[in-house]
Design a protein around this ligand. Sequence first.
Ligand code: ARG
Length: 570
Amino acid sequence: MSYKHQVAEKIADALAQQGVENYPKETVYGMLETPPNPAMGDIAFPCFQLAKALRKAPPMIAAELAEKISGDPLRESTAVGPYINFFLDQAAVAKQVIGTILAQGSAYGDSHIGQGRKVPIDLSSPNIAKPFSMGHLRSTVIGNAIANIMEKQGYQPVRINHLGDWGTQFGKLIVAYRLWGDEAKVKAEPIKELLTLYVRFHDEAKDNPSLEDQGREWFKKLEDGDEEALHLWKWFRDESLKEFMKIYDLMNVSFDSTNGEAFYNDKMDRVVTLLEEKGLLTESDGALVVSLDEYDMPPSLIKKSDGATLYATRDLAAALYRHESYDFAKAVYVVGNEQRLHFQQLYKVLEKMGYAWARDMHHVPFGMMLKDGKKMSTRKGKVVLLEEVLSQAIADVQKVIEEKNPSLANKEEVARQVGVGAVIFHDLKNYRLNDINFSLEEMLTFEGETGPYVQYTHARACSLLRRGNFQPASAPLAEGALDSKEAWAVITLLNGFPEVIERAADNFDPSQIGKYVIDLAQSFNKFYANVRILAEEEDIKASRLQLVAAVVAVLKEGLRLLGLAAPEEM
Ligand code: ARG
């Protein structure tokens, strides 16, 4: 239990003893404030709200209550006007926080709130035969971090890569391949070649509209199970997936399922039948739709006039499938903000079908990746290919290592961890709905608010432990060893880690942790710069190294949650 929770409990107990009801410790906890100036105390409790229940003026309440609240972890409680200001016994708190972290290690901050229930997370989900875009990168990175965070909260995440492997574009691609394709070229560079074919299809279709008809025909054939169509489709899918796997391997991301849109082919009739039975389908220009007029939304398109199904149909089938397969606590979709309407429509259709569990589905949107302030587009070769970005980042880090630490063991693996980590962290330190500007240079600096900075701080702390010959089972903290404002700042941050994780989970917001590890790294570096460690007497040194070890554990775990490795040397 964090010290703030302990104080809340003491206040709640004191209030209960005075017969005040409706102030359990969670409520009190929510009322606690941090005084604007540390000289006024570490925690403040305002008494305004209690005036009614106690029929007294708030300053009087504060004065009386302050006397009743004392003991570990408090050193002093004083009433100042309508507030009670609490001063913590910093030595007691330090002992408790550091002791807990060193005992629990990576389990520090774990919670059982999820009770092992499943949370399918729809993430990454690139489109077959197209380049892996920056949007898919964002989805991968944010989704993977959310999965880690949910797991830490005691849920069982199910990472689902809902591949865009079905749809009319495959009809077009088959037509293009049959007209102009070259097997060897596709094998050599599948994504690049398939994209070229796709772009050529659109160029030529401008003058030759019959191509579009052929595309539709071939997609229809595909949906009807035509052998040649299926064979080509499967080949495109396999080759594309091989390319995507290279990126996932570099990023160290894996999936529990790569059931993409095609997986739901044989599950869509059921959706259509259910919609029909529930009287929700209406015809519109020959197509079947579910009207959402009452929500001021455009209708959800279920079946085209030629019988072809759509993205929305497949998402409906997928939602039913996930509900039935996982009995989920929540279902999460990490998909760009531009699909907001699609997901709103999806929930509303499920709601109209009478599924209360639609409430537990969450679209987790994110903003765009910009380059020089402009949207990055996937069409016409203007793409920044993700694999190239990652290789470039790794190569840049390799150069730095060759310059600064050429004798480092594991150079290549560390360069990968830092290079890829830089790209991931650049995304996750920002609130996901913000657009972010792509800048390799900015991502890779070791001094700003970057992944390399946090990783480097962690490595420096590890090196301190090595040089100080830190022993995990250390003696109790020596008196006064951690009496400095720098140490206290680190300790309060360490104490707050579990709450940061909770907030990150509640809001599907990894940036809470991104910002936190930056704060912790900065705070630790201040401590390191201002407080002597290795040159101290043995017991003082050992105590300060305990704090360093606690920082190492929490930085490492924070980085892990975000999807970054924490090399011990770099
Ligand atoms: N493949 C889609 C795209 O690139 C994203 C799929 C998101 N997931 C879903 N269940 N709709 O736009």
